[in-house]
Ligand binder design. Structure first.
Ligand code: HEC
Length: 279
């Protein structure tokens, strides 16, 4: 037995190590908070739920992390810092406004799941901050669920309805597009380009609701099937559909404003804009 390995020496070494690691504090600077992107600002939950989100979730899932005294003590501070970095990477309520509709829906599902199973906050956080009651958990789950429903009822494309004429055609060409609503879950659009008497191109479009998402199908005459695009983002007056497999376009974007419709189809390094006015 080496005479230096005594109980006393081991304790002294540990103490020394503990003192040395205190010289490596964590970075506590929070990124700036932009309230117009914040979940609570955007969804306006009841006060109690907002308070619980702030005290039980925001320390790791926002730019408003608080750092109580024990976050000064290594090595606990390192573990806390890694929870904050990791938590923000997975879900950041301070950047809620930047998330696409699809990402929000997915994150809301996960939040409902975490609340129903009581899996969040993390175990060591519960030890330091106390737990939420079963009732508080189910209220929070219900809030996340209702936020999801609010968003999906917003999904309609009525702003497309009617006939549109393109204003940025090539010389001599005239492009028209028209949309009608076949049902609450299906819109049909037709577009064609004329040059004098000749029809240069035509296409048929459908926007249909599948159980959990909208899809856009585009079909040219003579093509056996529609090319399908999945919904990437949408709000009350715009949408983006995407197909990663299609050669061109990969993205189809529309944005409506007073009597106008601005569209863009784009692929790897090409983008074609279309501007329409209501007829
Ligand atoms: C102590 C920090 C901490 C607190 C507080 C916290 N979380 Fe988390 N959360 C994390 C970490 C870390 C992860 C990533 C887990 C992993 O690595 O899989 C996570 C993951 C999640 C995820 C999964 C996201 C994904 O993309 O997989 C959800 C949803 C979530 N947390 C919701 C919440 C909710 C709701 C609260 C409040 C009730 C909360 N969290 C409180 C640290 C925290």
């Amino acid at each position: 037995m080496n005479k230096y390995i005594t109980k006393k020496n081991i304790l002294l070494t540990l103490l020394l190590a503990f003192i040395v690691i205190q010289f490596f504090p964590i970075d506590k600077t929070n990124p700036p908070v932009e309230l117009e992107k914040d979940l609570i600002e955007l969804t306006n939950p009841p006060a109690e739920i907002a308070a619980n989100l702030k005290t039980m979730c925001y320390d790791c899932h926002s730019h408003e992390s608080r750092y109580p005294w024990y976050t000064n003590i290594a090595p606990f501070s390192w573990r806390i810092k890694s929870h904050i970095d990791n938590g923000r990477r997975h879900l950041n309520f301070s950047l809620w406004g930047e998330y696409t509709e699809k990402k929000r829906a997915h994150k809301l599902d996960e939040c409902v799941d975490m609340c129903t199973k009581h899996w969040m906050p993390t175990l060591d956080y519960k030890l330091m901050h106390g737990r939420m009651s079963d009732e508080e958990y189910s209220e929070m789950a219900a809030f996340f669920e209702s936020t999801k429903i609010q968003k999906s009822t917003l999904s309609d494309f009525d702003y497309l309805l009617g006939s549109w004429k393109r204003t940025d055609d090539e010389e001599g060409n005239q492009t028209f597009e028209s949309w009608k609503k076949e049902s609450e879950s299906k819109y049909i659009g037709r577009s064609y380009t004329l040059n004098g008497e000749d029809t240069l191109s035509q296409e048929l479009m459908t926007i249909s609701k599948y159980p959990d998402n909208w899809m856009l199908g585009v079909q040219l005459p003579g093509e056996p099937a529609e090319t399908m695009f999945t919904m990437k983002d949408m709000d009350a007056t715009s949408f983006v559909f995407e197909s990663k497999e299609n050669e061109f376009p990969k993205l189809i974007k529309y944005k409506a404003s007073e009597g106008r419709l601005d569209a863009e189809i784009s692929g790897d390094d090409m983008a074609i804009p279309f501007s329409f006015v209501k007829m």
